[in-house]
Design a protein. Structure first.
Length: 176
């Protein structure tokens, strides 16, 4: 999580950022770090009950918004006033074999909504892998999502990670 400045490194001035995937492994750890750095955080989730269960959900500076990333109009409303947006969405588990197409469509929609809302930067967590034809279908999909987000016109900062392993992560369950 090196992209999160330490308190004092910059003046966040309570800047509002949006986090998708706040109920996931990375998002659930990112939100409190952003709050600690002085940001206000708007979390978008399909299930408010799930995000309300997080220990940081009632902290000052947290806004909870129920919306589905499939709903571009709802996304546009959620993104309004945000300087940056963290895109931590991956449909591999919920969409099954059609995840690549679904991920591409969701990212395209998110990129357009972010541009329309005036977001200055999208931060995206993708996967490692060299560029070229030898990528797995999964890593190729991660690169397509990156391109689809950028197609909306908002600059995208991509963090590329290998399998993220930690207590409670999906990767631990896969390995198990």
């Amino acid at each position: 999580m090196a992209v999160i400045p330490k308190r004092g490194d910059i003046e966040s001035d309570g800047t509002l950022v949006l986090v998708t995937g706040a109920t996931g492994y990375i998002g659930g750890r990112l939100v409190p770090r952003l709050l600690d750095a002085g940001y206000r955080v708007r979390c978008v989730a399909r299930s408010l009950a799930k995000v309300r269960a997080r220990p940081w959900a009632t902290r000052d500076g947290v806004e909870l918004v129920q919306a589905d990333v499939e709903d571009e109009a709802a996304l546009g409303e959620a993104l309004r006033g945000c300087t940056a947006a963290y895109y931590l969405v991956h449909s591999m588990i919920v969409a099954g074999a059609d995840y690549a197409e679904r991920d591409r469509l969701l990212a395209t929609s998110f990129g357009r909504a972010a541009a329309a809302a005036g977001v200055a930067r999208i931060v995206y967590l993708g996967g490692l892998g060299e560029e070229g034809q030898h990528l797995s279908a999964h890593l190729s999909s991660r690169r397509e999502v990156e391109a689809a987000l950028a197609a909306g016109g908002v600059p995208v900062t991509t963090l590329r990670a290998a399998m993220i392993i930690g207590s409670g992560s999906a990767s631990v369950e896969i390995l198990r």
